[in-house]
Design a protein around this ligand. Structure first.
Ligand SMILES: [Zn+2]
Length: 310
């Protein structure tokens, strides 16, 4: 086991002890699921026909695009106050700029995973430099996040592939869920898991914390009272909502499940019959904008753009 891995195991133990001291009035973290990515893994029903199996009233909390100097500490304080653990898919350049926050996330017992170096526009799928540019951005981001969050040292390592990095968290989320088949194959060959989501807060749209809370709780209702939820820890409305959300989850009988990297593959559960990718519809709706900025011709129908709060 690598040093960072041993530290993680130790911290996980300490975290469990701390959670036990939180008392029944706190939301807490009800269980930990080890998620293996050997041979590749694709989860999150908005994009893929599989997800992490959850029981009734179980949720997984995930955050993208941090760390952020102002809002991430508020999110971390709120999670700590309720003994709740989450997963943060970080942007590499943000982690490099704020290593103390990336590190704090790990020390607080959260899982820190990967979300590119620069969050490229117009998404990895439509990057003018193609997959070569995408891979370079992804690798750079992985190195920055693993250094900042897990204290990894890549001195003397010349990584050409993610597997060369022996990632602490071999998990990746595509910005905007805009994957490509080549990149999916590349991740599978590197034993990196791709994480979509089951439901999202739509917090890329500015709203009040109360509006966001209502949206999230309503979507949990519609999603059968469970799922892997996406939020963004760089937005002030989300940071302000988290304490309310955790209280509401507790009041409604929800339990928080925490994901950590594990051996093997999965666990996963298949989507219900009739599943379709919702993110392809959204990405398709944005396609004309991408085509323009990428100066690239992409054929195919352009679906109707969904309402922002759908
Ligand atoms: Zn993002």
């Amino acid at each position: 086991m690598r040093i960072a891995g041993a530290l993680m195991a130790l911290l996980a133990g300490l975290g469990a002890a701390a959670a036990a001291e939180c008392g029944p009035d706190k939301l807490g973290t009800s269980r930990i699921v080890e998620v293996g990515t050997q041979g590749g893994l694709e989860v999150g029903l908005k994009t893929y026909p599989k997800t992490i199996p959850l029981a009734d009233h179980e949720v997984i909390l995930t955050f993208d695009d941090g760390p952020d100097a102002t809002n991430t500490p508020k999110v971390l304080d709120a999670l700590a106050a309720e003994c709740v653990r989450a997963t943060f898919f970080e942007i590499g350049r943000n982690a490099e700029g704020l290593p103390q926050l990336a590190r704090r996330e790990v020390l607080d017992g959260h899982t820190v995973a990967h979300h590119t170096w620069s969050h490229p526009q117009p998404t990895l799928r439509y990057l003018p430099g193609g997959d070569a540019a995408a891979r370079a951005d992804i690798l750079k981001g992985m190195i920055a996040v693993e250094k900042a969050a897990y204290g990894r040292d890549f001195e003397g390592v010349e990584p050409k592939e993610p597997k060369d990095l022996k990632l602490e968290a071999p998990w990746f989320r595509f910005p905007g869920f805009a994957d490509t088949q080549d990149l999916r194959d590349w991740f599978s060959a590197n034993n990196v898991g791709i994480f979509g989501v089951d439901l999202w807060a739509s917090d890329w749209i500015k709203m009040t914390p109360e509006e966001e809370l209502k949206l999230v709780m309503g979507r949990l209702d519609k999603n059968g009272h469970k799922g892997m939820l996406l939020m963004h820890d760089n937005h002030p409305w989300t940071a302000a909502m988290i304490p309310m959300l955790l209280k509401e989850l507790k009041a409604k009988g929800y339990k928080v499940v925490h994901m950590v990297a594990g051996p093997g593959n999965g666990p996963t559960v298949a989507a219900p019959p009739g599943w379709v990718s919702e993110t392809e519809r959204v990405i398709g709706a944005l396609r004309p904008r991408f085509d323009k900025s990428a100066a690239k011709v992409v054929s195919g129908p352009i679906p109707v753009k969904p309402a922002p709060t759908e």
